[in-house]
Write a protein that binds this ligand. Sequence first.
Ligand code: PFF
Length: 441
Amino acid sequence: MIRDSFHSRIGFVLAAAGSAIGLGNIWGFPTNAANNGGGAFLFVYLIVTFLLALPALYAEIYIGNQAQKNPVSALGEACTENLPRFGRAMGKAGLCGAIMMLSFYTIVAGWMLSHALSSLSALAGFSELSVWLATDNTTRNLVFTPIFIILGASIVHQGVHGGIEKWSSRLMPLLLLMLIGLIIYILQQDGAMEGLRTYLIPDFSQVTDPTLVISAMGQAFFSLSIGVGGMMVYGSYMAKDKDIGKLVLSIGALDTFIAFLAGLLIIPALFVAQYAGQQVFANEKLIGEGQLIFQILPTLFSSMGTIGLVVATGFFSLLSIAALTSTISSTEVPVSYLVEEKSMSRRKATWLISAIVFSASMTLIAFFDVLFGFVIRVLTTIVQPLSCLFYFIVVGWLWNRGNKLKDKARLDANKWLSLWGNYLGIACPILLTVVFVNVAF
Ligand code: PFF
């Protein structure tokens, strides 16, 4: 069977950026930053992204690209001479991570969708419907989460070129413009400057706080879609031996810039809301498991008058699309495995995985208070970092077959390549382990 693939380099970059840029940037990053001291979080986030997350992204794409196979086979093959079973087991762990990610992501994406429709129905004059759509309630989750799962599935089952490449990232420049416009607006409101200071001036006494460091690392891995095989599977759909370093830098720069801008909007917006008398923090933490942003943003939009409704509709629609392009890369991980290894048709695999995601997200909705935050923490602070540790070791040490980093002649000819190999194989695993040990003790 001929594997589907991206038809161009730019197709890959757009799809990978589409996977990276999503709710993690606009909802996850500002929530985490607000909960962890603002500037201190931003400072550590940038360092961790540069030192660990970008190298991990390189390693993940590299493994997939060399293998030209789904993540389970790619990791199994990467460990052929050593522990192929272990490699495959790690691939399957990533696959479970992708399903975990989808179980909560589709819920949050459903919130985006319902907020977009809420502003639209307010514009159309259906004010009761609009209020219901903007109010957090279980029925709303039960309606919008499945709608979102079906939307994602209907793109994935069309395949890589026809579905994923075509859909990814076309509307991202619009999101960027909208963010900038909103930042300019919010910075003129009372209370915004205090938010800006909190966000941009780090309190250095906090930067060594283990909880902050592990949250920043988890956030960076999540934001760049690494550690569950999403980028590996995209790397496998790209023609072999492209300059992965350059691709990684452009994806990383785009993703980090959007997260930074989202912080520049949301953190001042939180302080503006607080200035206006809304309760935002309790014990220095944001109230309400990340849902607060969905109360703050509509307040911000409604302060703009009728035009605010148009802006809100556009903003939440774009966020829904950004969430969709992230959802499809995560769904592609188990789907590619079922198609390639279990000889299932793409259509059947997509709907099977969607059914599993549906059950998982319904369980999360049923036990929201206990499970929602817990699943996010387990995924971002345990599953993703451990997978990345494994990728580093695979690329740095184990992989001999066609591995540039182990190719003696090439290494001798290129000192930078050899330095990079050592950085990935030795420095990164040590750094990651140090973070873990620090958190544990
Ligand atoms: N990077 C995405 C975001 O920031 O919203 C989330 C994500 C997508 C994580 C795909 C993992 C993944 F495989």
